[in-house]
Structures are given as C-alpha cells and as structure tokens.
Design a protein around this ligand. Structure first.
Ligand code: GLA
Length: 729
C-alpha cells in the first residue's frame, strides 16, 4: 500500500520505491506538509517543525494561539489566502461580498485504488495496479469553497502527481483569480533552480541558478507553454550532479500559459507553486460549479540522471497514449526545408520517389497544400486542397506515394486563421480580438477563438472530413504564433478572464475527439518547432517537432536540454541540408544523422539534389537506425557531458538489460593539437565484457565506467562518432 493513514497521529504518508511524502492534519485542521524526499518510512516527521516567536510575522487571532504560531512559517499542502501566510499563495479568490480571503481546513480524506482522471484535461494514467489515489478535502467555512487535493502515487515509478479540484459548495458566486496545481514547501537547504529557456529555433536551453531570497518566476503569458520557458523545472541541491544529490522535478501537464514560482522565505525555506498562468486569469464559479487545475507530475531522485529516467519512463508509459506511443515510428521525409511553399504534385512525387529508394517510410506534405496558401499571408482556415498546386487533388498524390510503399502525412495549423481566407471572411468574430481594437498579427495570422464551441466543432468537421476522405496516416499539428488579444466574442465581459484556459480546453477537446475517432493516425505536435512541447500535448501527440532549428550542433543543446524531462521518443529530429538553412553552418552528413537519430527520426531536405555519396550515407543511416531504434527509444539515456560547455558533446543509451549500448559523440568546436578525448561511460554492467564494434575491442563494463574510453583524434568540421557496445559472453 503506497498511501497510509495513521489515525493516531493524523498522518498521511505516501511511499514510492525510493521516495516518501508526508502530511499531517494538525489540531487546528491545517493540512501541514511534513516531508517529500528520500524515504523516511512511517516516522512522524513533524518533529522537524519547531516553535519560535513569530508574532511580528502575523499570528492569526482566530486560532487563539500564542506568539509562536504563524501560518507564515508553517509548511502547508495548499495554502490559504489573505489570512496570515504572506508567502506565495496557492489560490486567490474574490468572494461575493468583495472580500479576498479563504481559509482552508481539513474536512475528510479518501484513499482509492487506481489513478484519478481530470475532466476535460489530460492526466497521466495507470496501466493496471500501478497507482493509488488520495483525495483530501479542505473547506473554507465562511464561503463553503471546497478544495479537493488529489494525489496520484505511482509506487514503482517514483512519481507522485497532484491536482486540485475547487468546488463552490457555498450559496454565492466566487471568482478565482489564481488556482495553482501545486504548492510544495521544500526542506531547508541550499537549492538551485534549473529551468529551460529559449526562443524560436532555440528551445529548452538548460540554465541553473541558486534560489535567492526573492521570488523567482518561470512562466509563459503567451497562451502556449512557449519557446521561451518550459513547464518543467528542477529544484536541486547546490551540490547535485548528474549522479548524486537531491533533485526534485515539477512538470505541469498543460499546453497554455503557466507559472512556476519559487520563494525563499525569511526563514530560508523554499516554497514552490506551479499552475496555470494567473496574470490575466479569473474564473467565475457559480454555486455548485467546480474548477479543475491541470496536473503536476512530481518526482524526486538522487541525481539529475535518475530524475530524467523517472520522467522518461513515465512520459512514455503513463502520459503518451494510443497505438503509436510505444511502437516504432516511421522514418519520414518532410518537404518543408526542401521546397517551402513552392510545392506541386510533380515535385512532391519526385521527392517521395527518391525517399522511397533510400528506405524512408513516410512522406509528409507540409505547409502550402491548401486554400490560397502561396506564402504565409493567406489561406489558414481553409482546409481544402489548392487545385492550382495539386490539380489532380490530394488523392492522386497520396495514391502515387502509397504506390511507392510509403505512408502519407499532412500538415495542418487548425487554431489559426489568415485575414485573407474564406473562413475569416465568413466568421471574423471567430478570431480572438478585443472590441474596437486592431488585433496584433503574428506571422501574418490571427488566432481562432478555441473557447468558442462553434469554432471547435467547425474544425472538427474540417479535420475529420480530411481524415475520412483521404488515406492519411499522420498529422503534423502546428501553432505558429503566441496568443494575444485574448477576448472572445462568444463570452460576456465578466468571463473574459476565462478565455485563455477555455482556449486550451477547446484544443484538448478537439484533439481528444480526433485521436479517439482516428486511432490509427499518428499525430505529431509542433508550434513553430518546439513552442508547445509539454506533457499536455504529449498526451495526444506522442512526438513533437522539437525545433525549427535543424542545425546538428545547435540541436545538441536543444535535444540535450529537452532530455532533462522528456524521452527521445518524443523529440521530432530531422537531417536537413548543408549549409543549414537557419545557421548557414556546414556539418557532415554523418554528424547530422547521428544527432537526428536520437529522436523520432526523419529527413527534411531536397533529396533529389544530393550527390550520390550523401544518398549512400543516408541508405546506411536508415539501416543502422532500424537496427538501433529499439535501443534508442526504450533504453536509458545518459548525458555524458554538459551540453552547454566544452568542445564536444557525448551521450549514451543503454538497453534495459544492459546487454547493449550506443555511445554518441560530436565535436562541437574542433581544437588544434587536441588533448586525448577521454570519457567515462555510464549505466553498464560492471561485471560484463563489452565488444565495441567500431574499434573491435573487448573491455569490461567496470573499466569503461571507472577507467573510461579514449577516442582517436578526430579532425575536420564537426566530426562525430558512434560506438556500438554489446555484451560478449
Ligand atoms: C513551422 C514549423 C515548420 C513548418 C512551418 C510551415 O515553423 O515548425 O516545421 O511546418 O511552420 O509553415
């Protein structure tokens, strides 16, 4: 049993293989947080909270306590608001009488088998007997506002999930101005924050900094989880390394704006609060109505690598769903960087023919096939074939491609509209725009109002028709701008603060209907590359185009940064042209292949223009990838170097039974007179002997991990090397 209630001490203890989480209900009914970290068993951890005089900080008189009681220093599970805890709050309300306060006390709790689901939102799932759920109910006695804190405990996986259901059980409406998914008071210590910042074509750059005595915020106000920040943060001990040290992961399964805040308080204790972005948020709850926050996925581990492994397994097995999430993915050719908008049937067929001859499984027709889409000024919203470019229609092209033995995939950007489109001309009020203001354009496009059910139903009609009428095996679902002018013409003035979240619910509703109705179709997420790379999207789309930057050297940081929280199977990665279109850099085809293979692999360049030597290299890459893909996607991933430092980057993948391993190395900044390049491998069986295919040497696992491996000198432009290890008996 992973959830235990100690009736005598009023303790609730959640236990996983290596971690423990404890809370208690104190004599005042406050749900105190006692512990999250390595296992501490059934021990009552409340001995850690000591009394001291905090009268100057606020000691609420209603508790009739002495000077040594203050909510302001008490670790709590979900904090009250406006009543004496001055740190980051979990919830903010405006009551019907205009007061801004809520004080939550324990009412009851319930332990259930299995994992909870969340209405209208993605939530991780249990594959049978993996999880238990704890629901703790708290209530504000004055207004009747009730909070049901949900905890999902995945014992074997070292994962605990949380979300809050906020119900108005009172008699008057209440407006929520903030509704966090998580409040976590961390133990005393010296903590660093790791977050993943970026911009378009430069996503998820890892950055680590000490948490100072101030509020640090990581978030997005862009309506998407964003290129600029990711809804995944790590709080780790200042001394923590890849291999050791206390590391907490907090990942929000949400694709809209979010906020993760950290406050190191006056008594040196850090509180983390994470949830929907509250900057423009408000949500009116009539009596009897409930609000559900998105889910936070928590993990604690010894070292960053172990933390990443917990998330990799969990995302693959308990977040991504459907027919494709654990299956081999097709190697694809995408026409975007080959032709951009300049596509037609002959060109596409020529590209597909070349791809088929090289062993590629699937052709993806990117932007430009529909409406008046000759550039990015027009066409979005009109999901009907452009007969000027494809005079014989989609089916003719699809049949020809299928005839080559390849599957066919297609690009869409459903949530967007161009002013120059039939859709906008018919329904200008379907675009988000504030009354009497000229809306802001991004990539010449406006954002559709996904909070409006009519819009979602219309898109469902277009996309389901597309999928029903054509033999389409794959959808690339794009979203190419940030959201502003957040105003819905379908909602009254006092509900406009709800639009951002309702937008995300509309998106999830559409994805849910389509993925349920078309289970055979593989959906890939995308948002100008990786601007919506999050566990919410991964619930519907088991892979996401990682970045519009396809430069192999830049990709090492983007893929490496993403790997802290997400497995390689989720990262769309393609070999593109040299010189690279984003950076102008030329890298060898071998290096480009090795980098892209650590992902959902494909090609995105004009194959018809390649020299025979590159085509031969691609043929070999694809064969190699097929030999290695199970290892790559199912193995344990190790970062052997810090992707932000040094003149080379190395990473390793080890099969579950440790019988095979792949070690990849890329020289990112070639050196004159290089010193010997020496790396210690990880995750191997110390007692086994490994044959290294490329050097034909046999070396023990212990030697490779403790002594290391010395590479031959590698000269030239960005050379790369793969080593294939297999156990020799
Ligand atoms: C975005 C995507 C690209 C491509 C273009 C098409 O930038 O990330 O891969 O699909 O849109 O307009």
């Amino acid at each position: 049993m992973s959830i235990v209630y100690d009736r005598q001490e009023n303790l609730l203890t959640l236990t996983t293989e290596n971690t423990g989480y404890q809370m208690c209900i104190d004599e005042l009914g406050i749900l105190r947080h006692l512990h999250y970290g390595s296992r501490t068993g059934a021990q009552d951890m409340s001995y850690q909270i000591i009394d001291f005089d905090y009268a100057f900080s606020g000691n609420p008189i209603q508790y009739r306590r002495e000077r040594n009681f203050s909510l302001d220093i008490l670790p709590q599970e979900y904090t009250s608001f406006g009543v004496g805890d001055f740190r980051l709050n979990s919830v903010a309300v405006i009551n019907a009488d205009g007061s801004r306060a809520a004080q939550f006390h324990y009412v009851s709790h319930e332990i259930r088998k299995g994992k909870y689901a969340i209405p209208e939102l993605p939530a991780s799932y249990d594959n049978g007997d993996e999880a238990e759920t704890l629901i703790v109910t708290l209530r504000d006695e004055v207004t009747g506002l009730t909070v049901k804190l949900h905890y999902g405990v995945f014992e074997k996986l070292d994962i605990i999930t949380r979300y809050a259901e906020i119900c108005n059980d009172g008699k008057a409406p209440v407006t929520l101005e903030k509704a966090a998914s998580l409040c976590l008071d961390l133990p005393h210590g010296n903590w660093d924050l790791m977050h993943f910042w970026g911009k378009h074509a430069m996503e998820r750059q890892p950055e680590r900094q000490p948490i100072g005595h101030c509020i640090t915020t990581v978030g997005s106000t862009r309506g998407t989880s964003s290129h600029q920040q990711n809804p995944f943060i790590i709080v780790c001990d200042h001394e923590a390394t890849e291999d050791h040290g206390d590391c907490y992961g907090m990942m929000l399964a949400y694709s809209g704006g979010f906020k993760a805040e950290l406050e190191n308080s006056q008594i040196n204790s850090v509180r983390a609060v994470m949830g929907i972005d509250d900057t423009y948020f408000s949500w009116k709850l009539e009596p009897g109505q409930s609000f559900h926050t998105p889910e936070v996925i928590l993990s604690f581990a010894d070292g960053l690598t172990a933390l990443s492994h917990n998330y990799h397994h969990f995302i693959r097995h308990n977040v991504c769903r459907g027919k494709h999430h654990l299956e081999k993915r097709p190697v694809l050719i995408n026409n975007w960087e080959a032709t951009y908008f300049d596509l037609n049937e002959d060109k596409m067929y020529a590209l597909a023919k070349e791809a088929a001859a090289l062993g590629i499984d699937q052709f993806v027709l990117d932007d430009g096939w529909f409406g008046a889409r000759y550039d990015d000024n027009a066409g979005l919203g009109d999901w009907f074939v452009n007969y000027d470019k494809l005079p014989n229609g989609l089916d003719s092209l699809i049949e020809k491609i299928n005839g080559l033995g390849m599957k066919f995939g297609i690009w869409v950007e459903p949530e967007m509209v161009n002013e120059d489109s039939d859709l906008y001309r018919a329904h200008p009020d379907w675009a988000l725009s504030a009354p009497d203001r000229t809306p802001t354009f991004g990539r010449n496009q406006l954002v559709l109002d996904m909070s409006n059910k009519d819009v979602v139903d219309y898109l469902y009609g277009c996309l389901s028709t597309l999928l029903k009428e054509h033999n389409i095996a794959y959808i690339k679902w794009d979203f190419n701008r940030s959201v502003c002018d957040v105003y819905s013409h379908a909602l009254p003035a006092d509900r406009q603060g709800e639009v951002s979240h309702r937008f995300v619910l509309g998106l999830y509703n559409l994805l849910d209907r389509l993925t349920t109705e078309f289970p055979d179709v593989l959906f890939e997420g995308c948002s100008g590359g990786g601007g919506r790379f999050d566990a919410g999207m991964l619930y519907y789309t088991p892979q996401i185009w990682l970045s519009d930057d396809t430069d192999a050297i830049e990709r090492l940081i983007i893929q490496g940064g993403t790997s802290y929280g997400y497995p390689v199977s989720t990262m769309g990665a393609h070999v593109s042209a040299a010189p690279n279109h984003q950076t102008g850099r030329t890298t060898p085809i071998n290096t480009r292949g090795i980098v892209a293979m650590s992902g959902a692999f494909g090609y995105e360049l004009d194959l018809t223009k390649l020299p025979e030597s590159d085509k031969e290299a691609i043929r070999i890459q694809i064969q190699r990838y097929h030999q290695d893909e199970v290892l790559i996607h199912q193995g344990s991933y190790y970062r052997l170097t810090d992707v932000t430092k040094g003149y080379y980057t190395a990473w390793q993948i080890v099969s579950e039974d440790k019988s095979k391993s792949l070690v990849n190395l890329v020289i990112t900044s070639p050196q004159p007179n290089p010193e010997p390049l020496h790396i210690r491998f990880k995750g191997l069986d110390p007692n086994a002997n490994y044959h290294i295919e490329e050097s034909d040497k046999v070396i023990s696992g212990a030697a490779l991990m403790n002594g290391g491996y010395t590479y031959p000198v590698m000269h030239g432009d960005y050379p790369a090397m793969q080593l294939h290890l297999s156990v020799r008996s």
